[in-house]
Ligand binder design. Structure first.
Ligand code: ADP
Ligand code: MG
Length: 242
């Protein structure tokens, strides 16, 4: 009995671990004769297994924030801790390997490689991690089945609909068992019916395995499906009470 309680406590503690800690993040884009403050002083903590939605109107700074969290841009000031690593301090080459190991990304425009099949696209991120080919193909196939594409495994992106391509995008983001998956308006290019199906699928996949997800959307309806909601406005981010 005591052991069981200890186990439960341990699980709770692990759930409460912060995966991302954002501290006073600021980004100023300097243009020729003006500067744009895209992120004011954004601070937040995202916990393990949490599905977190950031919603806000176009131009509010959502993509800027997500690109910083995925280490694709450097801030003007501030810190982003993932575990014990402040990723804003990593050199480009170290950031690339950190990203390959720990981060999955789902893009609005899918960003699949046109010359590769669904299976090859999903298996690609595992190439950098030294999985043998057989294992890569097996994992990629399992995930493609999970997202409902068992009949499209050998199709190329141009032979699939938008919704199907984004299913491949979801499978690819989860295939390396990343610490966190970022999704920037992943349903933004889909029709309303597909938007719901694909968003639902993404959240299901995340819940099943307890993945941590940061999802950007301009839809409050979609945001309401998350555990935690943030609202972005003019480069500032605040918790949104549902
Ligand atoms: P969202 O994703 O919420 O629509 P963005 O993060 O793309 O918003 O943009 C936030 C603000 O920063 C906007 O005013 C945008 O014009 C500006 N911005 C984004 N990227 C750049 C850039 N590379 N150079 C200059 N301004 C930029
Ligand atoms: Mg955007």
């Amino acid at each position: 009995m005591k052991e069981k309680i200890n186990m439960e406590n341990k699980e709770k503690m692990q759930k409460n671990q912060s995966v991302i800690r954002i501290n006073k993040l600021r980004k100023v884009y300097k243009l020729e004769d003006e500067s744009v403050i895209a992120l004011h002083s954004v601070s937040a903590e995202i916990k393990k297994g949490e599905i977190c939605c950031i919603f806000g109107t176009s131009g509010s700074g959502k993509s800027t924030l997500l690109n910083h969290l995925a280490g694709m841009e450097k801030p003007t000031s501030g810190e982003i801790f993932m575990g014990k690593t402040d990723i804003t301090k990593l050199k480009e080459a170290d950031m690339v390997s950190f990203r390959r190991k720990h981060i999955g990304f789902i893009f609005q425009a899918y960003n699949l490689l046109p010359g590769l099949t669904a299976l090859e696209n999903v298996a690609l991120p595992m190439m950098f991690q030294g999985y043998p080919k057989k294992e890569r193909d097996r994992r990629a196939e399992d995930l493609l089945k999970r997202v409902g594409l068992e009949k499209r495994i050998h199709h190329y992106p141009s032979q699939m609909s938008g919704g199907q391509q984004q299913r491949v995008g979801i499978a690819r983001a989860f295939v390396t068992d990343p610490k966190v998956v970022f999704a920037d308006e992943p349903t933004g290019n889909l029709d309303t019916e597909n938007e719901e199906i694909i968003a639902g699928l993404l959240l299901e996949c995340a819940h099943e395995k307890g993945y941590t997800v940061v999802l950007v959307t301009h839809s409050l309806e979609l945001a309401r499906k998350a555990d935690v909601i943030y609202r972005m406005k003019d480069g500032r981010m605040m918790r949104y009470d549902r």
